[in-house]
Design a protein around this ligand. Sequence first.
Ligand code: PEP
Length: 257
Amino acid sequence: MRRKIIAANWKMNKTFSEAMALIEEIKSQLSQIKNRKSIVIIAPPYPYLKSVADKLKDIENVFVAAQNCYSQEQGAYTGEVSADMVKSVGADYVIIGHSERRNYFKEESSLLAEKIKAALKNNLLPIYCVGETLQQRESGKCGDVVRKQIEEVLFSLSKNDFSKIIIAYEPVWAIGTGLNATSEQAQAIHSYIRTIVKEKYGSETSENTSILYGGSCTEKNAAELFGCKDVDGGLIGGASLNAKSFTEIIKHISEKK
Ligand code: PEP
């Protein structure tokens, strides 16, 4: 089923005690939202996953995600963390293919496809990120780039496995820049993503896929972005580090019809 989702990507921020204080604040803010009609997912750094999951375990429709996981099950991969390990500390979701992983860590489609499979095998639900650079957008390649990112990484999945995927459209030029996509730009590409999914998996799967927007989404622009027909929520970086801003964003998706 197509769900409304707000996910927080804390990236490499906060000490342990700061992270615990933030999660307590988020918990308290969430308890004040009446009739929240959305799923909330928090992606802290790996070392905090279990503590965050423990703190959130009794709250309905709030889940924990890892920001990454490795493709292999176990073994001599110093510094890496498997999907199984992530699942074992209480996470239910994992972000795969964030542009920072693609850019700084040179993660390419073949590896990302393996990560997606490892996640699904271990009952972790992937939030798969796609998006174009400014140069790609300016040269009119936005749609082609996103299509390739989806086809190469997701299209070997069965229909059943694909139905577990959440897609996050995150234009690289909007991430952490304060420059968000306009609602027209977001709607155009979200709708195109739905078309790409429909071509491969049919209209029911396509209509049921949650497609999130990410890139400088704040409490100021969330209502407009979430007002778009094909935007089902957001993947929030900077603004998720402030409990008040993050909860305001959650309120905006809860109000979406
Ligand atoms: C992100 O990194 O996923 C993100 C959307 O960051 P920001 O909200 O800070 O642009």
